[in-house]
Structures are given as C-alpha cells and as structure tokens.
Design a protein around this ligand. Sequence first.
Ligand code: SF4
Ligand code: F3S
Length: 79
Amino acid sequence: PYVITEPCIGVKDASCVDVCPVDCIHTTDDAPQYYINPDQCIDCAACELACPVSAIAHDASLEGDMRRYIEINANFYRS
Ligand code: SF4
Ligand code: F3S
C-alpha cells in the first residue's frame, strides 16, 4: 500500500482524500497527519500525485527512518 509520511504533519492538505477512489485516507481533528488504511489501498498512486508536499509514497520505496510511517499509518486503523 501507499503510506503518508512526515511532510504531511502540520500541513494536512487533504488533496489526497479527494482523489482516492476507495476512500481509504482518514484522520481526526487532533491527529498530526492523515493516514492510509493499508487493508483498503489499491495502489493506484493518485494520492501520491495529488499531495503538494510529496508526503505520500509506496511502502516498498520508503527508506531508513521513513519506514516507521508504515506502522504509523497502519496503527491508526487498529485503535
Ligand atoms: Fe487511495 Fe490510491 Fe492512494 Fe491507495 S494509492 S491511498 S487507493 S489514492
Ligand atoms: Fe497530507 Fe498531502 Fe494528503 S499534506 S493530507 S498527504 S495531500
């Protein structure tokens, strides 16, 4: 699945939400960023192209410290 990473924090532009065909991007008012539900994402890449701060990438392309966002996104949907 695709993953939302650090540049989203404090920005929460939400352009990604509007282009997602399966409506799998969510947040709450008090959360620092948006999150992609890994069980629903169909890897279409529409959100990656829509984000103005390039916060979104496929999980397989994430390197180093950015890999922790795979769990951060998934954990939002496990609460
Ligand atoms: Fe939604 Fe497509 Fe982004 Fe997955 S890759 S979160 S399906 S817009
Ligand atoms: Fe965040 Fe970019 Fe979406 S800033 S809310 S990932 S459009």
